[in-house]
Design a protein around this ligand. Structure first.
Ligand code: TYM
Length: 343
């Protein structure tokens, strides 16, 4: 069956937003509004899989929503809301907990990284996290999910859950007259030069909210001086920039800064190198800092303005949640029937 193309993505309000979130996700959400029906969620229920101070959770929920809008998402065209306002996410998440297998969850590298040696003591929610993520996506029968590379495995699992649900309930789907492919097999959209932005201190480590060194991350709310300082101090090797992308092989820090420049300027790494071949870091880093400040500065200013207007943010999130709930409930009515729940 042909599904209506629909984009869904989400970001956890669990730490301050950084350049990886912006380049790997938010910036790429914006142009999709021109071609697709889009739903962008602040996944607060995912965030509490690890402890969140309630006041921080609230502040960051507004911040993520503000970042969406400040980066160019239009709340009239795209649906923007926070997950916990649409309780159908939890309802379908439970059903998927009963479709997914424990072994599938245990293989998730993100769970293994987050839990470390502490697997007995992390929350049950952290373990089941990917089935709630599958519910976020499939609740709307979403066909495309723009994310950074670190989410690839979760999206493969989403496809496995969709496939198993379609298979387990195939007789019931037939009896009720639904298509045998009830849920779509969602396509990950992992594209562009910055699908994996690396730490500014170590080009082999992903830029991540959980990094303890502030100098390794550029935050979306950093001021111009801080952005310049962090980029000037970014770890690099001594060689100048090469002429071609092949010359970045084995130079993870150089490759990362070129990728960041490319993503911030909507160019390819090859185009950036055509401009800067042979340049030393004394030239490239200040140019990158200027570019980053010119792109991130206005977004941070708009984020500050928006988070200061709680009434307006509440209105936007409530309106988005109402629209999302209408879509979600129409599908949930069918899903309850398919599963055999009495209503
Ligand atoms: P989260 O909140 O960790 O990250 C949000 C988005 O930012 C991307 N990202 C990066 N991209 C490039 N380089 C990096 N260093 C980098 N760090 C983070 C992530 O890939 C993601 O796209 N499980 C998700 C949230 C989620 C979700 C969903 C996403 C819940 N439900 C449904 C899509 C669809 C997460 O933890 O993202």
């Amino acid at each position: 069956m042909a599904f209506t193309p629909r984009v869904f993505s989400g970001i956890q309000p669990s730490g301050d937003l950084h350049l990886g979130n912006y380049l790997g996700a938010i910036r790429r959400f914006v142009p999709l509004q021109n071609t697709h029906e889009c739903i962008y969620c602040v996944v607060d229920m995912h965030a509490i899989t690890v402890w969140q101070e309630p006041e921080d959770l609230r502040r960051r929920t507004y911040e993520v929503a503000a970042a969406y809008i400040a980066a160019g998402l239009d709340p009239k065209r795209s649906i923007i809301f926070n997950q916990s306002q649409v309780i159908q996410h939890a309802e379908l998440g439970w059903i998927f907990n009963c479709v997914a297998r424990v072994g599938w969850m245990a293989r998730m590298t993100q769970f293994k990284d987050k839990a470390g040696k502490n697997t007995e003591n992390v929350s049950l929610g952290l373990f089941a996290y990917p089935s709630l993520m599958a519910a976020d996506i499939l609740l709307y029968k979403s066909t495309h999910v723009p994310v950074g590379e670190d989410q690839k495995q979760h999206l493969e699992l989403t496809r496995d859950i969709a496939q198993k649900f379609n298979h387990d309930y195939r007789k019931r789907l037939k009896v009720l007259g639904f298509d045998e492919e009830y849920f779509p097999l969602t396509e990950p959209v992992i594209a562009g030069p910055a699908t994996r932005v690396m730490s500014l201190r170590d080009g082999t480590k992903k830029m991540s909210k959980s990094d303890t060194s502030d100098m390794s991350l550029l935050y979306m709310m950093d001021d111009a001086d801080t952005i310049s300082k962090k980029l000037r101090k970014a770890t690099t090797d001594p060689a100048p920039l090469p002429e071609a992308v092949k010359g970045l092989e084995g130079r993870p820090e150089a490759a990362n800064l070129v990728a960041i420049y490319a993503a911030l300027s909507d160019k390819s790494p090859a185009e950036v190198l055509a401009q800067y071949a042979g340049a030393g870091w004394g030239i490239f880093k200040p140019a990158l800092a200027d570019l980053a400040v010119s792109v991130l500065g206005p977004i941070a200013a708009e984020m500050r303005r928006l988070v200061g207007d709680r009434a307006e943010m509440d209105r936007i999130l409530r309106d988005g949640a109402d629209r999302a709930r209408t879509l979600a409930e129409a599908n949930m009515k069918e899903i309850r029937q398919i599963v055999g729940f009495v209503r």
